[in-house]
Ligand binder design. Structure first.
Ligand code: SIN
Length: 335
């Protein structure tokens, strides 16, 4: 991707030399949700409409070369490792097609940032993989899905876009920085530390700065052959007033975890009781990482403290730890 604070490119210019087809993968979510009553914004069922119906509901999308594929149909609170595995392989397969400029994935908002981070860490694609979603069902008076979908296709065709991105409420976020920050508002996502990448206004992408340099992807071979029961088990625990170590001790005693991410207070601080239990877990062979329950900012590393998860949110630190444990397993098998 290149910085562009200059003239805004037209739709024709942005297709570049990548091909001009966009593949839209459906996974469900509120964007595909329906309610009995158009004025009901919360009493709906997610994942009811197919991705083809979502595309058909946006007349402006008829101008683009699109292809659709239903990879899953679920409420993203129920997203699972097997769907992630299948999705990553489908994304990889479509990205390899020269005629494909980029991909769009329709997803629920609730775990979108986790799927985005997972795909970015595995694939780190040169072409854009744009997730999008909605806060209102497809039947709502004020539905946001159609515009978000149109914006996502626009972004997928922008020759300067790359990596796993989110197009939502006219904003473009990176997989690394994005978090869901509101449970109800239409503008429900934000980039940590103001790291928003671009805006989309009336079909025009306006880049705001240099996009981050992507780390190389780990590759889908890490997960392609995994059955759901062999994924490492990583749980998240939280520090809070009166936090005790008993939850951690129970998880470890029952052999339920390979890794633990603790969402600490402030700069990753922990109550004495929770810290003692986490150190016992570490001694018992459980990999423990310390993150923060704050909305933004890193946990600074120190030799005395439990390992830091850097600036990753607890849910993204969990994915990073999961992938680290998978890499360790692969290396141990190869040795
Ligand atoms: C979901 O995450 O699938 C439901 C909620 C939403 O999409 O906003």
């Amino acid at each position: 991707m290149q910085k562009n604070n200059g003239p805004i490119a037209s739709k024709e210019q942005t297709a570049g030399t990548r091909g001009c087809r966009v593949v839209i993968l459906g996974t469900g979510g509120t964007i595909a949700g329906t309610a009995e009553d158009a004025s009901d914004n919360v009493g709906y069922r997610a994942a009811q409409l197919g991705v083809e119906q979502l595309v058909g509901a946006v007349p402006a999308l008829a101008a683009f070369q699109l292809e659709t594929e239903q990879v899953a149909q679920l409420d993203s609170k129920d997203m699972d490792f097997e769907t992630w595995r299948r999705l990553a392989l489908r994304v990889e397969a479509h990205l390899a097609r020269p005629e494909v400029a980029g991909l769009v994935i329709t997803h629920g908002t609730d775990t979108l940032e986790e799927t985005a981070y997972f795909l970015q860490r595995l694939l780190a694609p040169q072409k854009p993989v744009v997730l999008t979603a909605a806060m209102r069902p497809a039947t709502a008076l004020q539905k946001d899905g159609p515009q978000n979908l149109l914006d996502a296709v626009t972004l997928a065709l922008d020759g300067r876009a790359g990596g796993v991105l989110l197009a939502f409420a006219g904003q473009v976020h990176s997989a690394e920085q994005v978090r869901k920050v509101h449970s109800y508002k239409l503008d429900a996502f934000a980039s940590v530390d103001g790291a928003r990448l671009a805006t989309i206004e009336e079909g025009q992408v306006r880049w705001l700065g240099w996009p981050p340099v992507a780390q190389a992807g780990l590759g889908t071979s890490l997960v392609s052959a995994l059955t759901p029961n062999v994924w490492p088990r990583v749980e998240i625990v939280m520090n809070h007033v009166g936090a005790q170590g008993s939850v951690v001790r129970t998880l470890v005693a029952q052999g339920l975890v390979d890794g633990l991410v603790v969402a600490g207070t402030g700069n990753g601080s922990l109550s004495a009781s929770l810290e003692a239990a986490l150190r016992e877990a570490q001694d018992a062979g459980v990999c423990v990482w310390r993150s923060t329950r704050c909305d933004a900012g890193p946990v600074t590393a120190s030799a005395e403290a439990l390992p830091s998860a850097g600036a990753l949110s607890p849910v993204k630190a969990r994915i990073e730890l999961l992938l680290t444990l998978l890499q360790n397993q692969t290396q141990a098998r190869a040795a």
